[in-house]
Design a protein around this ligand. Structure first.
Ligand code: 13P
Length: 256
């Protein structure tokens, strides 16, 4: 299988510029030349930290990419408080998270919003990391696969295979985020396989086999190996454990 794993740190609303520079420098100091051959490493700090983090990584010439946590789909205009794709592009963001469950739950983001954001990103050459995942109520109702795959279909609506090719999907069960309660490797693999099958329906199996599907939700150095060993789990989107260089580097090394 040709898929290269990805380890992406979602810092969420953590780290001031000064703290972000320190953490990015600590990760960069641990960078090994062999990483890029085996794993794509991404850090996703808050907007204000993007440029400082990118500057540190560029200065060190470390092949660690920078991603944003959100974006607005219009390129410019009267949208107070929003950040556009061209703005992220100018900073050198290679990725942008869209549809994180915290944005869906706390900020009312809909499937349609996620789709608009993903389309705006691919149109400008930034790879979306599309987050999907079910609540505990959905899991208990036994409808996880239908729910998550409907989120995938909605996020990619109107896109063709060429648009979707570089995109990444992150399966993040809401009940596992920040709770210390990780999905078992079998639970995560089952949903990631269903996601890949859906991507196959949408874009053909050749493209689906190339797209990365990540797991997120209390991933840590103790459980990463079993998760990334699953055939349809191509790495992680990590919150808490990405906030310390030591644990983030351990997650990266689990993908080598
Ligand atoms: P935790 O790793 O802190 O559970 O967060 C996962 C997540 O939401 C990453 O986007």
């Amino acid at each position: 299988m040709a898929r290269k794993p990805m380890m992406a740190g979602n810092w969420k609303m953590n780290n001031t510029i000064a703290e972000a520079v320190v953490l990015t420098q600590e990760i960069s100091n641990r960078y090994e030349k062999e990483w890029p051959e085996h794993v794509d490493v991404v850090v996703c700090p808050p907007y204000v930290d993007l440029k400082p983090a990118k500057t540190v990584l560029d200065f060190d010439r470390t092949k660690i990419a920078v991603g944003a946590q959100n974006v607005y789909w219009e390129p410019s205009g009267a949208f107070t408080g929003e950040i556009s794709v061209p703005m992220l592009k100018e900073i050198g963001c290679a990725y942008c998270i869209v549809g994180h469950s915290e944005r869906r739950e706390l900020f009312g983001e809909t499937n349609e919003d996620v789709n608009r954001k993903a389309k705006a990103l691919v149109a400008d050459g930034i790879a979306p990391i599309v987050c999907v995942g079910e609540s505990l109520a959905v899991r208990d109702a036994g409808t996880t696969d239908e729910y998550v795959c409907a989120q995938v279909r909605a996020a990619f609506a109107g896109m063709d295979a060429a648009d979707a090719e570089g995109a990444v999907v992150a399966y993040e069960p809401i009940w596992a985020i920040g709770t210390g309660r990780t999905a078992t490797p079998e639970q995560a693999e089952a949903v990631c396989a269903a996601i890949r099958a859906t991507l196959g329906d949408l874009f053909g199996s050749a493209v689906a086999e190339e797209m990365r599907v990540l797991y997120g939700g209390s991933m840590n150095p103790g459980n990463v190996a079993m998760l990334v060993a699953q055939p349809n789990i191509d790495g992680g989107l990590v919150g808490g454990a990405s906030l310390k260089a030591e644990s983030f580097v351990q997650l990266i090394e689990a993908c080598l």
